[in-house]
Design a protein around this ligand. Structure first.
Ligand code: NAI
Length: 261
């Protein structure tokens, strides 16, 4: 546990499922005040809130679509109104929708970019605006992916969105470092969450993904949540502008593992 996270106000987009849920629960355990944004899954968001409260933490749920500017403004403003301030903004909401690139519709491209990249920009902007206006050394964490560096056929829009997040966060980190505002990315590899449920339900596809992970297993959402807690804490006080990969070594060219090449 990171004692300085106690009482901190933490907003998590897409906080009702998968990695967002694990982070919400973890920040609840840290005794932070957690704002769980959800898009459609109200019941799941309420379950997360209940879980946090049962462990003695505080949480609220806020519906909102991160592609809509007014929803992101409302999310941040609700956090500030309900809990008095904002300390940590985690832009986690994301979607995938694979397609051969030559058949990818503009709607599909826009939806992935709007959610993954523009949504993270809006969340970052609103949080940083509040930090600057109130002289808060706040923290932004954006959920990137190993696909900010590994190209991914059939997922050109997803890879472009995560590559965009890489330079967006690095730029924001540079721009606001003098104010003590830190901006970092987490780059998960293959994690056991709803986004992958269909793929990992098939033993052949699961084994195929596992073969690309030097550590040999699909990551647990808690293994991302612990990294988010570290990055948000003062233990990471000199860390800004990085992507911390949480990928069991997936970005380390696994095909070379046995000395090939
Ligand atoms: P997930 O599907 O459980 O989580 C995505 C969340 O985003 C859901 O709660 C969904 O409702 C929410 N969301 C989607 N569109 C939204 C919108 N317009 N407004 C607000 N919320 C919206 O899957 P997971 O894995 O937890 O994904 C979380 C993040 O982690 C995503 O950004 C994803 O790209 C990233 N990631 C996941 C990896 C994995 O293997 N699971 C690997 C690398 C990155």
């Amino acid at each position: 546990m990171y004692t300085d996270l106690k009482g901190k106000v933490v907003v998590i987009t897409g906080g009702s499922t998968g990695l967002g849920r694990a982070m919400a629960v973890r920040f609840g355990q840290e005794q932070s005040k957690v704002v769980i944004n959800y898009y459609k899954s109200k019941d799941e968001a309420l379950e997360v809130k209940k879980e946090i409260e049962a462990a003695g933490g505080q949480a609220i749920t806020v519906q909102g679509d991160v592609t809509k500017e007014e929803d992101v403004v409302n999310l941040v403003q609700t956090a500030i109104k309900e809990f008095g301030t904002l300390d940590v903004m985690i832009n986690n909401a994301g979607v995938e929708n694979p397609s051969p690139s030559h058949e990818l519709s503009l709607d599909n491209w826009n939806k992935v970019l709007d959610t993954n990249l523009t949504g993270a920009f809006l969340g970052s902007r609103e949080a940083i605006k509040y930090f600057v206006e109130n002289d808060i050394k706040g923290n932004v964490i954006n959920m990137s992916s190993v696909h900010e560096m590994i190209p991914w056929p059939l997922f050109v829009h997803y890879a472009a969105s995560k590559g965009g997040i890489k330079l967006m966060s690095e730029t924001l980190a540079l721009e606001y470092a003098p104010k003590g505002i830190r901006v970092n990315n987490i780059g998960p590899g293959a994690m056991n969450t709803p986004i992958n449920a269909e793929k990992f339900a098939d033993p052949v596809q699961r084994a195929d993904v596992e073969s690309m992970i030097p550590m040999g297993y699909i990551g647990k959402p808690e293994e991302v949540a612990s990294v988010a807690a570290f990055l948000a804490s003062s233990e990471a006080s000199y860390v800004t502008g990085i992507t911390l990969f949480v990928d069991g070594g997936m970005t380390k060219y696994p095909s070379f593992q046995a000395g090939r090449g």
